[in-house]
Structures are given as C-alpha cells and as structure tokens.
Design a binder for this molecule. Structure first.
Ligand SMILES: *Cc1c(COP(=O)(O)O)cnc(C)c1O
Length: 422
C-alpha cells in the first residue's frame, strides 16, 4: 500500500496544527506511524487520498452506526442547507429531535442540545452541582468525559495513550473538586462516600467504559452506584456519549436496566454532525437557565443542519430496531474469530469490542494498562496494510455499523487469522 500523498499532507499539516491534527489520537503517534488522510467514505468503506480502500471500524469514533454518508441523512442535510445554515433562533426541528430522544430513552424528561460531548458533560455536571449545592464530582480512572478542566484527571483515551494522566494547564483547584476511583470497584466508591458523601454532587460514569478499550461493568456495578448515590443524595450521571443509541435505542441505561438522574449523549445523536445532548429528570433540568439559575448557552446549539442529521439518524434507528440485533450478531462473529486465533483478552458489549494485548480479565484501568502496546502497534499496522481501518490505539474501541456486510466481517476475520498465525 502506498501512502505518499498522506505523508505529504501530514508534513504540511504539522507546520500549522499541533501534531498536524485537530484531535490528538488522529496523529497515529501511539502506533509509531503517520496518519492516513481521508478523501471520502461511503457505507462500510473509507478511502484515503492515495486511493486506498479500507473497511472502516472507526466509524468516526462512533457516530457512523448507519455507515458513512447514508443516503437518507445526506439528502435531508442537503435540503436543510438550502434553508440556511444557522439562525440563532428556535426551530420546530429542535423539538422533533428532543421528542425522538425522550421517546427512545424513556427516562429523559427535559433536555438541552449542545455541540459536543465535552460540552454536554461539562453542562450536566454544572446542573448536578447547581441542583445539589455540592462541589465534588466522582469519576473513574480510565473513563473519558471530554476535555473540560475538571474531567482531565486520570482521563482515558488520548491521555492514557500518551501516558500523561493529567493535562498541563488545568489549575489544581479544578482537579481538587474531582475524586477518582478505579472502575468496577463498588468498595472504593463506598469508601469515598463514607468520607466525602455529603459533599459529592454526582458520580459520572461511562456505563460501559469505552475509552480505555472496552471494559464492561461487572454485574450489579451500575445498580450499586445508583444505590450509593441515593443513600447520600448525590446524582448519578451516565456519560452515554458512546453507548447512547449504540447498545440499544435507550443506550446502556436500557441495556442494563439502570436509570441515571442525568445522562449525556453525543456521537450517534448528531448523525455525524457536531451535536450532543444532556438531560434527565425534570426537577434537575429545570435548574438550567432561563428556567433556573444554572447558566449554559450556545450560539450554534440546536443548529438546524446538525439537528436534521440527528433526526434522520434517530428515525432510522427507531424504525429499524433489528439494526441492534444485526450489529450484535456481526460483532459476535468478529469476536469469535479473535478468540479462536489468540489467547489475548477480548472484551465485547454489543457492537463495541476491543482486543487487549494481555491475558486474563480486563476490568479496570490497571488491568487495561498491562497491555503490550508495542504489540498492539504491530497488529494495527498489519490490519491497516491489509485494508482494515481500526483505531490507532490500544485504548479505543472497535465500532461495527449496520453498513458492514457479512463479506466485510468475513474478510476482516481472515486478516485477523492471518495476523495471529504469523
Ligand atoms: C467522545 C466522548 C466524549 C467527548 O465528546 P466530544 O464530542 O469529543 O467532545 C465524552 N464522553 C465520552 C464517553 C466519549 O466517548
């Protein structure tokens, strides 16, 4: 495979942007190579500027559950563009999207549209603090909740990868308000609440951790968090930016039957456009301005083009619930191919999957961190050179979409078998 055009573009981009990219993981630093620059994508395939074709398991890091450039979404977006890109005033479509989210989740009563997952989490936490009148937030080591100051404490994803647990530029005063426990340990959470419970506004958790690779919650873990929150009058916030509309229409809350007080959605809910949501119980969300005194705003929030992409995507998912059984089935085929080819640990929940280059149970950040990242880099490069585009980091998930055909899956299994039999 030739990558000369990508290499030239990367060199140029590096002069103007940190790492040549607009989000760190895209730089391929962790796998010791340079990024492929994308020309276009359609359905299950992504094409780089050198004309190479790949089966795409990044799916834009989650949004493309319908595959790339789904016709219904593109046509609706094109029509919306003709009517103006932004007004900064309310539209009927915002309520239409709100209705779809409320119906799909079953527990969200009031919500607000924002522009990114980072913003959704930051705002949900502010609402939790405003509602409870408390300052502390509890998060989990290896969970990623976007890059707002208070959340950059042992955060996952790019940060894990860069072995830089904290970001420079975050005042200590912010991280002092964030408590961190290991994922999947209710004991640690109980201990922290015994000490600080009266001052904790909320627990924020990825109900399936998917930013340190895929790490499912142990049975009873999510319910246990909810029970502890109830006991101390703290709120439970599910960060479903990845899991929302992916594990089920109602996300992980539906999948595991545990209802949070507040929830954040991103990625899929915007159908590939910059849009995210935070919402939950009415009593809490009425604290948000202008109904209440928790301030939060956005010039482009509820942007008509993004809302249109979100509506079309959620409509398709709502009208075709079999999508969820199909992507689960296809990902199970992939899982089986990995399990039959290697003893390395494979974690999967629905259409989210990771192979960790380590053995034994992987259930929190310390067990994730045992992975051999050099080995991962070798595997990644092999897959790429054989036409499989997957996340360039051990600490990211593999995403399957409904555009992946059985042939794609079989072809991928073949490359997996080839790699592990080398
Ligand atoms: C991607 C992600 C975010 C951040 O969303 P952005 O749109 O990138 O700001 C937050 N939480 C989780 C769980 C995510 O996966």
């Amino acid at each position: 495979m030739i990558h000369t055009e990508s290499e030239a573009l990367y060199k140029e981009a590096c002069k103007m942007m940190p790492g040549g990219v607009n989000s760190p993981v895209r730089a391929f630093k962790n796998v010791g190579t340079t990024p492929v620059f994308i020309d276009h994508a359609k359905g299950d395939k992504i094409y780089d500027v050198d004309g190479n074709e790949y089966i795409d398991y990044v799916c834009s890091w989650g949004p493309n559950i319908l595959g790339a450039a789904r016709d219904e979404v593109i046509n609706a977006v094109k029509a919306a563009c003709e009517r103006g890109l932004t007004y900064g005033a309310p539209t009927k479509k915002e309520s239409e999207l709100a209705k779809l989210v409320i119906k799909a989740t079953g527990f969200v009563e009031v919500l607000r549209l924002v522009n990114s997952g980072t913003e959704a989490v930051m705002s949900a936490i502010r609402a939790a603090r405003g509602y409870t009148g408390r300052d502390l937030v509890l998060k989990f080591n290896g969970c990623y909740h976007g890059h707002s100051d208070g959340m950059l404490v042992k955060a996952g994803s790019g940060l894990l990868t860069n072995a830089e647990p904290d970001s420079a530029g975050v005042p200590k005063a912010y991280s002092d308000c964030t408590l961190v426990c290991e994922y999947n340990s209710l004991e640690e959470v109980s201990g922290i609440f015994e000490k600080y419970g009266e001052n904790i506004a909320c627990i924020i958790v990825e109900p399936v951790a998917a930013n340190m690779g895929v790490v499912p919650p142990k049975p009873g873990y999510l319910q246990g968090l909810k029970d502890i929150c109830e006991k101390y009058g703290a709120l439970l916030v599910f960060d479903e930016v990845i899991t929302g509309f992916r594990l089920a229409l109602g996300g992980a809350a539906q999948y595991y039957g545990v209802t949070p007080d507040l929830v954040t959605y991103g990625k899929i809910v915007g159908g590939g456009m910059p849009l995210a949501v935070y919402g939950g119980r009415e009593e809490i969300m009425r604290k948000v301005s202008p109904d209440g005194s928790v301030y939060q705003a956005g010039t482009l929030s509820g942007n008509p083009i993004a809302v249109t992409a979100g509506i079309e995507t959620l409509k398709l998912l709502t009208e075709n619930p079999d999508i969820y059984t199909e992507i689960d089935r296809k990902t199970a085929v992939l899982e089986k191919a990995y399990r039959q080819s290697t003893d390395f640990t494979v974690n999967r929940v629905g259409s989210l999957m990771s192979v960790f280059f380590t053995t034994g149970d992987v259930y929190d950040y310390p067990t994730v961190a045992r992975s051999d990242t050099a080995r991962f880099a070798e595997y990644f490069k092999f897959m790429l050179e054989h036409g499989i585009y997957s996340a360039p980091s051990q600490f990211e998930a593999m995403f399957v979409s409904c555009a992946h055909s059985d042939e794609d899956i079989e072809r991928t299994c073949e490359v997996v078998r080839q790699y592990f039999s080398k």
